[in-house]
Design a protein around this ligand. Structure first.
Ligand SMILES: Nc1ncnc2c1ncn2[C@@H]1O[C@H](COP(=O)(O)OP(=O)(O)OP(=O)(O)O)[C@@H](O)[C@H]1O
Length: 323
């Protein structure tokens, strides 16, 4: 069955057994551990993302999460859910769901192309969304750059793959080592806000360094070094450090520290630009004084030259008179 849904040809039409909606396969968007996702065209010619899960249980679990997410304070957190159905393929039947297609650039490639200054902006957006999710009783779980997409107009970060989303208090069901606090020996895999906030801190480190790094023996020192070695992370040092140490109980607190850090960096840059202006002013007035002294000297020299040339002409005149 896995082989059959993983190699669908472009143009294949998938018609749901129960709702009779048809979807035409345009291309494969990605394949992960739990399923395969296709970009499809709906009957009204709009685009959507269709996911086949390798286990039918995970389709119902993900659909359940997407349904919950669509109700979180009326805010769109994950992709919106459009359809859930089964597809009969030869003698088998396979479950799938259709969701909003989120068109955008992968998170890391956006940061690479547009600059590390965006890290703070996206961290704030991500933390606002996480705060809503946490308040609704869920932990995202498998938060990683591969699950983040940056959409244009307005530039904003959206998350995909809600397969790891877990109710608070339960055990995290999907994770990726680098973003998992238990892997670093810095906490448990219990689903709670601080689990996601650790992952946000690690995403920020990854984005600033442009790569992941292997765990070493002295984990705390290693992460601190990674944090201090990138000047682009300076405004977020407090927030990242506290998130790594599990000191935040809500995404809102971490977001506030990032906002404060950015404000601090802004006023510092304003301060240094005004002190630079003052230095420039002093330099300019010193230069002006120098110019004045120089001009005075030139003036004296000119007078002397004039005097000498007048005297020379006079002597010449006297000389011709004598002759
Ligand atoms: N709604 C969507 N809009 C656009 N692209 C999507 C969407 N959903 C998934 N994708 C793409 O498909 C890829 C695989 O999807 P997804 O991560 O859900 O599969 P998975 O099997 O759960 O993967 P993983 O092993 O990372 O958990 C994603 O990385 C993304 O590129």
């Amino acid at each position: 069955m896995k082989n059959q849904v993983c190699n669908l040809r472009v143009g294949t039409t998938i018609t749901g057994k129960w709702h009779q909606h048809s979807y035409r396969v345009l291309k494969m968007l990605g394949m992960g551990a739990t399923g395969v996702v296709y970009l499809v065209e709906k009957q009204d010619q709009s685009l959507a993302a269709l996911k086949f899960s390798f286990q039918s249980m995970s389709v119902s679990a993900e659909v359940n999460v997407l349904k919950h997410l669509s109700k979180v304070h009326g805010k769109v957190l994950g992709p919106s859910l459009l359809d859930v159905d089964d597809w009969k393929i030869s003698t088998h039947q396979v479950s799938f769901y259709v969701m909003e297609y989120i068109k955008g650039e992968p998170f890391l490639s956006f940061i690479k192309n547009r600059g590390v200054e965006w890290i703070g902006v996206f961290a704030i957006q991500l933390l606002s969304n996480l705060n809503e999710l946490h308040q609704a009783g869920w932990t995202f779980g498998d938060l990683k750059p591969e699950n983040l997409v940056v959409t244009a107009n307005p530039v904003s970060v959206r998350w995909l793959d809600v397969g790891g989303t877990t109710l608070h208090g339960r055990s995290i069901k999907e994770f990726t080592d680098f973003y998992d606090r238990a892997h670093w020996g810095l906490g448990t895999r219990k689903a709670e806000p601080s689990y996601d906030l650790f992952a946000v801190a690690m995403i920020m480190l990854h984005a600033a360094h442009g790569k992941r790094f292997e765990k070493q023996d002295l984990v705390r020192e290693q992460l601190k070094k990674a944090l201090l070695s990138k000047s682009s992370l300076a405004p977020y040092r407090i927030a990242i450090q506290k998130a790594i140490e599990g000191k935040y109980s809500s995404a809102e607190e971490m977001k506030n520290d990032i906002v404060l850090g950015l404000k601090g960096a802004h006023s510092q840059s304003q301060h240094s630009s005004s002190s630079m202006k003052a230095t420039n002013r002093t330099q300019r007035s010193a230069t002006r004084k120098k110019v004045k002294v120089k001009r005075k000297r030139i003036h004296v020299l000119e007078t002397c030259l004039l005097f000498v040339s007048v005297m020379f002409m006079y002597l010449l005149y006297l000389f011709f008179q004598v002759l």
